[in-house]
Design a protein around this ligand. Sequence first.
Ligand code: FES
Length: 111
Amino acid sequence: MKWFKALNKIQIPGSGTIKTVNVNGKQLCIINDEENLTATQSHCPHAGGHFSGGWCKNGHLICPIHRFEYSLSTGRGAGGQGDYINIYPTDFREDGLYVGFEESWWSKLWG
Ligand code: FES
């Protein structure tokens, strides 16, 4: 796992809000659901809606376009959707929020 700083402490979104960030060449959404911070992909797999306009309900992220729901803990879509979103590990450190990315087998070999 490689960790990249996503936000300084002062930039962390307030409770109930979503912020778009670019980390390690990827656009992500940082979601603050009742002080639980989650990093997800920024676009909905259904039809590309941007999650920055979405909201949280009962531990799920709701897409603003057609209101599909995704678990903020597993990324799994609600029953019947048959889809999922990527959830990235987060680590709140002294100087801000970090997001973890799995290392590919080739980057481990070739650095
Ligand atoms: S684009 Fe997200 S639910 Fe349709």
